[in-house]
Design a protein around this ligand. Structure first.
Ligand code: ZN
Length: 155
């Protein structure tokens, strides 16, 4: 299960709607909890570096990724609960699509273990978000579920 603060979920939805009909993308910061859930502690919007004119591709800015990796390592290499924190996944939108990973997404997987949060935007309005992890064989994505943390929880 992926757990997010309502504010972070709204930030993703706002970004997805602002960039419509292009795909919006960004990185998810957080940590794996001892109970097996994944908690998002922050989201970072990225410029979509995919070729302009393509509305069905996304490419996260590698400079943003490097900067965040550096910052999270310096700020909090290990959380209070002992879990390592950092980039745990990314998000992107599917303009006029569904919140399911596409065949293109499966081809684009660049490393296993990252959460894929996908937000479906139809007619400029966010309709659904879903979180996925690549299966161990790497042949498909599994929907891991998505839930909101209580508001105001800054853990
Ligand atoms: Zn996609």
């Amino acid at each position: 299960m992926l757990l997010l603060k309502p504010d972070d979920l709204k930030r993703i939805a706002d970004h997805a709607e602002a960039d419509y009909p292009r795909e919006a993308c960004g990185l998810l910061l957080g940590f794996w909890r001892a109970d097996g859930d994944i908690e998002v502690t922050g989201v970072a919007a990225s410029e979509n570096k995919a070729t302009p004119g393509r509305n069905d591709r996304f490419e996260i800015d590698p400079e943003l990724r490097l900067r965040l990796m550096r910052e999270t390592r310096e700020a909090a290499p290990v959380g209070l609960d002992g879990a390592s924190r950092g980039i745990i996944g990314h998000y992107h939108s599917h303009p006029n699509g569904t919140a399911r990973p596409s065949a293109t997404d499966l081809e684009m997987v660049w490393e296993p273990g990252l959460v894929w949060l996908i937000t479906a935007v139809v007619d400029g309005q966010t309709v659904q978000s879903a979180a996925h992890l690549l299966s161990e064989s790497g042949s498909r994505f599994n929907d891991i579920g998505l839930d909101c943390l209580p508001a105001g929880d800054d853990a």
